[in-house]
Write a protein that binds this ligand. Structure first.
Ligand SMILES: Nc1ncnc2c1ncn2[C@@H]1O[C@H](COP(=O)(O)OP(=O)(O)OP(=O)(O)O)[C@@H](O)[C@H]1O
Ligand SMILES: [Mg+2]
Length: 404
């Protein structure tokens, strides 16, 4: 944008005169002899001011004025009008002219008017620039605020999740002590019951009603013992024996054990394992439990109608990732926050320990577990275990219960 001045007049004399007067004052002067040419020059040269004759052949001065103001608002317009046309001056000012000069004009007058318009223009433009800058800054502040709010919300959510996990962890540890103690105590008299029932049974006539009763006692005792063993597994690490473990081999082994179950329930397993996964230092029995519990949940979820079971494993810089997904009914949203709680179950014969065992093991290795579920489309559990393979010794002491 120059401080140039465009003079538009069809009279060569006026054009020459105005150009000369303005030129000697150091302005860069452009000339045009018609409205059309004037508009073209404005578009090309972007003069600060256009000195525009009102009476032009072709496009008249009023139209040229309107178009310049509309299309190039930074070019200010001063109109040249003949004497006796003061009343149209009002119209011109309304249409956006900054000033008007009556013909014939004196050079001194012309310079003064142009000088004034240039000053006003400079002030207005810098004002406009300031306003734009202010708006830009306000927008920036607003977007910072939004970003800040977003981050605070994100951190709050993270904190809440961490707090919940901590509480659950503490709950598990406290519960572990009580449960392990109780389970241990109950198993002693239970062993005695089992023993006496066996003695009674052996003295009875096979197939008699009494023998059947004794058998039922033995079955129920076994069931209680099974539950107690599960309880013990939930609450403590009994035989922690870390060694170098190759996770895909563990998954294979568990899948092998489930082979018949898969077939019976029309479950199609698919293992997708990234080649070259490293070994980690861990207790193979614990890792087996992770797979066993997740897979049996998935199979139970798909029982009856069959479906797909996916086991995926891959690594990044810090973790090995394990994803176990199924095409079952998924987990209702309202249950998602409860499924890792011990005793939470929706199954008639469930104990609600499976996932709390998985959680305990994953945590003891410094890992994390999360779940995703879509109604009617299945559930996916995602575990990450640190590659460091610290073996999670840290939490062994805190979870210690009476060993069995
Ligand atoms: N893959 C899954 N699809 C749908 N629901 C699931 C899935 N996995 C877990 N759940 C839900 O989470 C609950 C808790 O699972 P968890 O394994 O802890 O206990 P359970 O399977 O009910 O009993 P247990 O494992 O002790 O036999 C289940 O009862 C079920 O409602
Ligand atoms: Mg289960």
């Amino acid at each position: 944008m120059s401080d140039g001045i465009l003079v538009v007049d069809d009279e060569p004399m006026i054009l020459e005169l105005a150009a000369m007067v303005l030129g000697t004052r150091g302005y860069e002067v452009f000339r045009a002899q018609s409205g059309e040419e004037g508009l073209r020059m404005v578009a090309e040269k972007r003069p600060a001011v256009a000195l525009l004759d009102y009476m032009l052949p072709g496009m008249d001065g009023m139209t040229a004025l309107r178009r310049i103001r509309q299309e190039f608002p930074e070019t200010y317009v001063v109109m040249l009008t003949g004497k006796g046309s003061e009343e149209i001056a009002v119209e011109l000012m309304k249409a956006g002219a900054s000033d008007y000069i009556l013909k014939p004009f004196r050079s001194h007058d012309l310079l003064e008017r142009i000088g004034n318009v240039l000053r006003v223009r400079r002030a207005e433009l810098s004002n406009l620039e300031l306003r734009r800058e202010r708006e830009r800054l306000l927008k920036e502040i607003e977007s910072w605020n939004l970003e800040l709010e977003r981050r605070i919300a994100e951190k709050t959510q993270e904190l809440e999740a961490a707090h919940k996990e901590l509480l659950l962890g503490e709950k598990l540890v406290a519960l572990g002590h009580v449960v392990a103690g109780m389970a241990h105590e109950i198993r002693n008299p239970l062993n005695a019951i089992s023993l006496f029932a066996q003695i009674l049974h052996s003295g009875m006539e096979q197939g008699s009603e009494a023998a059947e009763c004794a058998e039922k006692i033995l079955q129920e005792v076994d069931r209680i013992d099974g539950i107690l063993l599960k309880l013990l597994a939930t609450s403590k690490r009994s035989h922690f024996a870390p060694e170098e473990v190759f996770l895909p081999a563990v998954a294979d082994r568990v899948a092998e054990i489930f082979a018949a179950t898969f077939k019976a329930h029309r479950v199609r397993p698919r293992l997708d394992i990234e080649p070259g996964l490293p070994v980690i230092l861990a207790d193979p029995g614990e890792l087996e439990q992770i797979f066993t519990n997740l897979i049996s949940n998935s199979v139970q979820a798909m029982a009856g109608r069959g479906g797909d079971l996916g086991i995926r494993m891959f690594r990044d810089d810090r973790f090995i990732h394990i994803a176990v997904s199924d095409s079952g009914p998924g987990i209702p949203r309202e249950n998602l926050s409860k499924i890792f709680d011990p005793f939470f179950t929706t199954k008639e014969k469930g104990t609600g320990f499976g996932l709390s065992v998985v959680l305990r093991i994953v945590k003891s290795y410094g890992g994390a577990i999360s779940v995703e579920s879509r109604d009617g489309e299945g559930a996916a559990f995602h575990i990450q275990l640190p590659l460091g393979g610290e073996g999670g010794g840290s939490s062994r002491d805190s979870e210690a219960g009476p060993s069995n």
